[in-house]
Design a protein around this ligand. Structure first.
Ligand code: SF4
Ligand code: SF4
Length: 600
């Protein structure tokens, strides 16, 4: 396939003159031959598609770097949730569901403004998920050029993303934020957090172990996403998140950019906005020979060979690069030309501004997404119906809550939590103890799927840690200071943040049911004074030996639900002390004790 640098035919004369000048600065040699049109090799190197690829590599590397920094020993002030904050759909949907714009979510303007000027540049210049799909599609592409051209034509199924967007927007209006299920940045952060990074860490640790066995001492901790963690992290449902990532990425082999073209709600959101964009790809029908070669690498399936679908165009510039006639260019507000054509297309006498029309297709743009009005109505109705369906779950229903839906410290009350949490799992990524887990259907129902809950069999909430509240981009976990968490200084009156309360299962507790001394839970309880106390009981055991048992008891007014007692309990499979969500301080209705008792 012939590849030309972007040099417009009409400029070729002057380009050649400039080329001879530039050739002096960038002389050609064996490795860097000059271009066929006489322009210097630098023109080829600085081709806009190359600049775009450089931008994609930069943003993907930045994304991975920020994930790598989302660990307590590396945090150091980096804006680790930057991509989530830049995501305009996150800002828009949370503004709909909460009527507020939390902290840094205004950064979405950095994507919105270029979209209104240039179209969906985010999709093919910045989005790390888009880059991943494009890369996989490129590496495993075994199609011929002709098959590529067919695969990159627009298909009606690409409307689905607008339906998905409409459903999510209606749900957000009702206060159920579900965009995180499919938003590309949330999806990618979540997939990296619960599946890819733990797998890479486990692999790196295994490699280090094997090298050590060979007498080598590799310094691989720099490669670890969670250095210093006692073991590679584990997450509930990691297999599913991994399979989903594999499945969506694998679909590129069937339909190029499957996720971006068919499912992505952010792409749909930007597509709706880009109908007003000032610049767009413009086709000159006096040069276009209808060869369709511009479809060969069209990322968005935007039909640049006919009427450009502005809402689908990813502004990848591949079409300009691939056009052998220089019929395509990126122009500011090009004029609609249909009305300016004189003569008959059918009889080959059509002329535009005095020049003969070569293309048989006079239309050059389709602005709005091609979704029938009744489909918008259907999608909105589906959103309305989905809302009560989601809220039916006991886990999120006002009339009951799941005892295991224990939210991180600083979380807002459950209803508002579901209005804010985008299921990005950034909090889960930063948690140094691995206690935060993506919830399954059992704890938080379909509506709260993948929102963070605590699992004390895996970890516990560290007393002097508020990291999850630092990185949450939407305020589902409000930024919380250590003083606020522990109820110190000016927070003395409100007391510490409680995430739940611990209970004893006497049937499994060693001193209670097995006449065996144990004080682990009392020892590890981190609050002062301790929430777990013991009293001595002298007993005669079955074999006649005398033993003093320290039988534990709980002081619920002191318990903050940190879960270290459950985590450290020697009864490993089903701990004799366990924490449930009752008593959490984020919701006055979930108090276990009367206020007076709490104050003691
Ligand atoms: S505050 Fe608790 S839950 Fe949050 S990151 Fe720290 S240890 Fe994990
Ligand atoms: S609570 Fe966690 S998963 Fe939810 S938005 Fe905040 S950081 Fe993301």
């Amino acid at each position: 396939m012939k590849r030309l640098p972007i040099v417009h035919a009409r400029n070729r004369g002057s380009q050649a003159n400039r080329g001879s000048q530039a050739n002096r600065w960038f002389p050609s040699n064996r490795w860097f031959p000059s271009n066929r049109d006489g322009s210097p090799w630098i023109a080829r190197a600085l081709r806009i598609t190359n600049v775009r690829i450089a931008a994609q590599i930069f943003f993907f590397a930045l994304f991975v770097f920020l994930l790598w920094c989302t660990w307590f020993s590396r945090l150091g002030g980096y804006p680790v949730s930057l991509f989530l904050e830049l995501d305009p759909l996150v800002g828009f949907a949370t503004a709909l569901s909460t009527s507020t714009v939390y902290r840094w979510l205004w950064r979405g303007l950095f994507v919105l403004v270029p979209t209104l000027l240039l179209g969906r540049v985010f999709c093919n210049w910045m989005c790390p998920y888009g880059t991943l799909h494009q890369f996989i599609g490129f590496v495993f592409n075994i199609r011929t050029n002709a098959q590529d051209i067919e695969a990159n034509r627009y298909r009606p199924s690409y409307q689905l993303k607008y339906i998905v967007l409409a459903v999510f927007v209606v749900l957000a209006l009702f206060g159920s934020l579900q965009i995180g299920l499919l938003d590309p940045i949330c999806l990618l952060v979540r997939s990296f957090t619960v599946a890819l990074m733990p797998a890479l860490d486990a692999g790196t640790l295994e490699l280090a172990e094997r090298m050590q066995a060979q007498g080598l001492d590799p310094e691989l901790s720099l490669l670890l996403f969670a250095p210093g963690a006692p073991d590679a992290r584990v997450f509930a449902g990691a297999w599913f998140a991994g399979l989903l990532l594999l499945g969506l990425v694998g679909m590129n082999l069937v339909v190029p950019r499957f996720f971006c073209r068919v499912l992505c709600p952010l792409g749909a959101f930007l597509g709706v906005l880009s109908r007003w964009s000032l610049w767009r790809i413009d086709r000159d029908p006096t040069k276009c020979t209808d060869c369709d070669l511009c479809l060969k690498s069209c990322e968005g399936a935007a039909d640049p060979q006919a009427a450009l679908r502005k809402s689908e165009c990813f502004v990848c510039f591949n079409c300009i690069d691939d056009c052998p006639e220089d019929a395509l260019s990126f122009k500011r507000a090009p004029l609609p030309i249909q009305d300016r054509i004189v003569g008959s297309l059918r009889h080959g006498t059509a002329r535009l501004f005095g020049r003969k029309l070569i293309s048989k297709i006079p239309e050059t743009e389709l602005r709005a997404p091609q979704v029938a009005r009744r489909r918008w109505v259907f999608a909105s109705l589906a959103g309305v119906l989905a809302y009560p369906f989601l809220r039916l779950s006991k886990a999120v229903n006002k009339r009951g809550f799941d005892e295991k839906a224990i939210r991180p410290p600083g979380s807002v009350a459950e209803e508002e939590f579901l209005e804010r949490c985008i299921k990005c799992d950034q909090c889960i990524n930063v948690c140094p103890t691995n206690v935060l887990q993506p919830s399954t259907l059992a704890e938080a129902g379909l509506e709260g799927l993948w929102t963070p809950v605590m699992d004390f069999s895996v970890g516990f909430c560290q007393l002097n840690c508020t990291l999850c509240s630092e990185v949450c981009p939407t305020g589902a976990i409000q930024k919380t200071s250590i003083e606020r968490k522990l109820g110190l200084k000016e927070h003395k009156d409100t007391g510490p943040v409680r995430v739940g309360t611990a209970f004893f299962n006497r049937g499994r507790c060693l001193p209670w049911s097995m006449e065996t001394p144990c004080v682990v839970c009392e020892e590890v309880c981190p609050v002062t004074p301790k929430a777990i106390g013991t009293y001595d009981v002298d007993i005669t055991r079955w074999d006649g030996s005398k033993v003093t048992l320290n039988r534990p008891y709980m002081r619920p007014e002191l318990c903050i639900g940190c879960g270290i007692c459950e985590h450290e309990c020697p009864v490993l499979d089903d701990a004799a002390v366990y924490v449930t969500a009752i008593g959490e301080s984020r919701d006055a209705n979930r108090s276990l004790l009367l206020k007076a008792a709490r104050k003691t």
